[in-house]
Write a protein that binds this ligand. Structure first.
Ligand SMILES: *[C@@H]1O[C@H](CO)[C@@H](O)[C@H](O)[C@H]1NC(C)=O
Ligand SMILES: *[C@@H]1O[C@H](CO)[C@@H](O)[C@H](O)[C@H]1NC(C)=O
Ligand SMILES: [Zn+2]
Length: 299
């Protein structure tokens, strides 16, 4: 569902963000982007389908759902520095993921780990224009399961635009599945798993953030315009306060929209703060997650 125009837009947005971050001496780039026009269209569809589903869903109590999870280790060599993430780090990553989603209806069970040596996929498989070819080839070859299955790809993002901006990951949304099932899933920088080398983004919450997108969440900050506005509903969740721009590092507090209620949600998984700073999804985000997953993944 990511149109070319949206990609070009995303690229210029990331470029602005990249220089903003470079000047702060910190980097965190999530490549999950959506244009305002596309967001308006998908949200209209979501609202319509949700109304139908709600009648049925309201009659039921939330239940625990186990999501089969496939981890695809894509490497350039058999060394750890070539992206060959060991099983122990993958197990730790699954623990961090499950702890973060403990208060939602979802838990994640690792059902298979695949290992593939492919230098081009490892270095280039981003969702930027110069990475799409390799991303598509990689996912077409490796993706398993249906809309209810989580596929995680670990890669190196070393070359091209991804390498230039220090991309950490990107994920698809539930509403993307219908049009592009093979594209569904989450791609992360291999060294952001717990014990990885991308300090301070090696606590495992990089994956939590991207799976947040995969379950239907947007960023808590307004990404429509990086010069910043205080559109309080940019993530369509009521209990995340309006936030003008992403958080960098881990400030004590931040209020980028002082005329509106609430401090910025700097500890939220869907911000850009450092990983040691992130520790929650809000009840409103959990509600949106459950509705998105119900409507578009049937769980
Ligand atoms: C889950 O909810 C409990 C009780 O409200 C809270 O103490 C805990 O921090 C929450 N965990 C996460 C990961 O949000
Ligand atoms: C992968 O990236 C390399 C380097 O840019 C490029 O030469 C190759 O054609 C790409 N593969 C695909 C399938 O697009
Ligand atoms: Zn993101």
């Amino acid at each position: 569902m990511v149109a070319l125009s949206a990609l070009v837009l995303a690229l210029s947005a990331v470029s602005a963000l990249g220089s903003q971050m470079a000047s702060r001496g910190l980097t965190r780039v999530c490549g999950t982007e959506i244009s305002t026009a596309e967001k308006d269209a998908v949200e209209a569809d979501f609202a319509a389908r949700r109304t139908e589903l709600k009648l049925a869903a309201d009659a039921q109590k939330p239940k625990r759902v186990t999501i089969p999870t496939y981890v695809h280790v894509v490497r350039s060599s058999r060394k750890l520095s070539g992206g060959n993430v060991p099983d122990s780090q993958i197990a730790d990553q699954m623990r961090v993921l499950n702890a973060a989603f403990a208060n939602t209806s979802y838990s994640f069970k690792l059902v298979e780990t695949t290992r593939t040596t492919n230098k081009n996929w490892f270095e280039y498989a981003s969702n930027y224009e110069d990475g799409i070819g390799n991303q598509t080839e990689m996912k077409t070859a490796l993706r398993r399961g249906d809309a209810k299955a989580l596929n995680v790809y670990t890669v190196g993002f070393r070359e091209g635009t991804a390498g230039l901006y220090g991309l950490l990951g990107y994920g698809t949304f539930p509403f993307d599945y219908e049009d592009a099932p093979k594209n569904d899933g989450v791609v992360i920088l291999y060294s952001t798993v717990p014990g990885g080398t991308t300090d301070p983004y090696n606590f495992g919450t990089n994956l939590v953030h991207e799976v947040g997108h995969w379950t239907g969440l947007y960023h808590v900050f307004n990404e429509g315009d990086l010069s910043g506005t205080c559109d309080g509903s940019s993530d369509l969740v009521d209990d995340t306060p309006a936030q003008r721009y992403p958080t960098f590092g881990c400030p004590e507090r931040q209020d980028s929209c002082p005329d509106l209620p609430g401090d910025d949600a700097i500890h939220n998984y869907m911000d850009y703060s450092t990983e040691d700073c992130q520790n929650n999804f809000t009840p409103g985000q959990r509600e949106r997650m459950h509705a998105q997953m119900g409507v578009y993944r049937g769980i």
